[in-house]
Design a protein around this ligand. Structure first.
Ligand code: NI
Length: 411
């Protein structure tokens, strides 16, 4: 493991009286090239949700080379490592997601994906590398650490029902006092960190429905029940569920993202298929939306003589950061980084299964800026040209190191 020798040397150079967080932060900077190297390796070898076999092996091998860690494999493609400090204290969990997306990479970089149709287009390669770095750093300081740190390398964030819930079922949150995680965030400039106190990411639900009418010749519409004309009205009317039945101060997104019908210009098809997503924060609103949607869809379809088969599926819970913990970690950022690093952020309607861990312990999910307009790092997450400014890896590592030490040394 290149970088380790210099890391140990550096740690030995620091006076033993230096505060633990200072010692770890100095060492973090020395580890930065190694973290970039890990990230690039992962980027070149992406694996999509539930198929992270080589990724998990790479993580387990890397962790296995770090003295002091107990490495376990809760599921086939996930890895958990535990570090016990030398003194009593709480157990803090740190989570990284490890899966890639079924996207063909269009970036022309030396470490581009070597696999057609798979790409780390959300930054999970970076999350994994950062938490590998954190495990390395903290293990090197184990004799000074209280409590324990559990490093969770979670599979399948991108595909509901997600890996987080599965890992929680396997007990990875047992005994955990607090849980933290981060997302590299391309819409935010590198060098910035955002920590929301309260709701941070929405609950991503999905729906699909089939409207069945009566197909026939396009020139004889009066003898048909046209599912396309009905579906078009359904799409329009669904927007009124958002704009006319929901309190305007409650955020909600309802997007119809698929409308599939018809095979020829002169044929009215028998049925039309609609699907999409609903994003909410408020639990009561989330529960009320499916019935409202169904009433509208069924009402319109029945008015014109069609029938409807409607399905609504709840996805991840919303990510809601513990307020007190978030404020504490905001203070850590203000103390650890330059003035201006901590920025105000608005919640996003994107979803994340980090929420599963937050059901078991207070947790905070932070956003670490990874964009850079000047260097052309402007593409959104899940885009074939998505990139991160790799300096964000060092920021993320130092943030997690400072945050973990803060929570471990809780009185
Ligand atoms: Ni992601």
């Amino acid at each position: 493991m290149p970088g380790m020798t210099s890391l140990q040397g550096l740690i030995e150079l620091l006076p033993p009286s230096a505060p633990l967080s200072d010692a770890v932060l100095v060492a973090a900077t020395a580890l930065a090239p190694q973290v970039v190297a890990w990230r690039r390796h992962l980027h070149q070898h992406p694996e999509v949700a539930f198929q992270e076999v080589e990724t998990a092996q790479f993580i387990a091998d890397t962790l296995g080379a770090i003295p002091g860690l107990t490495v376990t494999r809760p599921t086939r493609t996930s890895v958990v490592a535990e570090l016990r400090g030398a003194h009593p204290g709480p157990t803090i969990a740190v989570r990284a997601d490890i899966d890639a997306l079924p996207i063909h990479e269009e970036n022309d970089v030396e470490y581009r994906s070597t696999r057609d149709g798979a790409m780390h287009a959300c930054g999970h390669d970076g999350h994994t590398a950062i938490v590998l770095g954190l495990a390395t750093l903290l293990a090197a300081h184990a004799t000074r650490l209280p409590g324990a740190v559990r490093f969770i390398f979670q599979h399948a964030e991108e595909l509901s029902p997600g890996g987080a819930e599965e890992l929680v079922q396997h007990g990875v949150m047992d005994g955990v006092a607090q849980v933290i995680g981060l997302h590299l965030w391309a819409p935010m400039p590198v060098g910035r960190i955002g920590i929301l106190a309260g709701p941070a990411m929405a609950a991503p639900d999905n729906f699909h429905c089939t409207i069945t009418g009566k197909g026939g010749h396009a020139a004889i519409p009066h003898e048909c029940v046209d599912p396309i004309a009905i579906g078009a009205q359904v799409v329009t009317a669904l927007q009124q569920v958002v704009s006319r039945t929901v309190d305007p101060l409650d955020p909600v997104v309802l997007s119809v993202t698929q409308f599939i019908a018809g095979t020829a210009f002169n044929v009215i098809p028998n049925s039309a298929y609609l699907a999409g997503t609903v994003r909410t924060f408020d639990p009561a609103l989330r529960q009320s939306i499916p019935a409202q949607m169904e009433r509208v869809i069924r009402g319109i379809a029945e008015a014109f003589g069609a029938t409807v088969d409607f399905h609504y599926e709840h996805g991840y819970r919303p990510v809601v950061n513990d307020r007190a913990l978030a404020e504490r970690l905001q203070t850590v950022v203000a103390r650890t980084f330059d003035h201006g690093t901590l920025i105000d952020l608005r919640p996003t309607m994107g979803g994340e299964d980090f929420s599963a861990y937050q059901q078991r312990a207070p947790g905070v999910f932070a956003f670490v800026g990874a964009g850079n307009v000047r260097r052309g790092i402007v593409h959104p997450h899940h885009h074939p040209r998505f990139q991160v400014d790799e300096r964000a890896l060092d920021v993320g590592l130092r943030y997690l190191a400072a945050a973990t030490i803060e929570l471990l040394t809780d009185e």
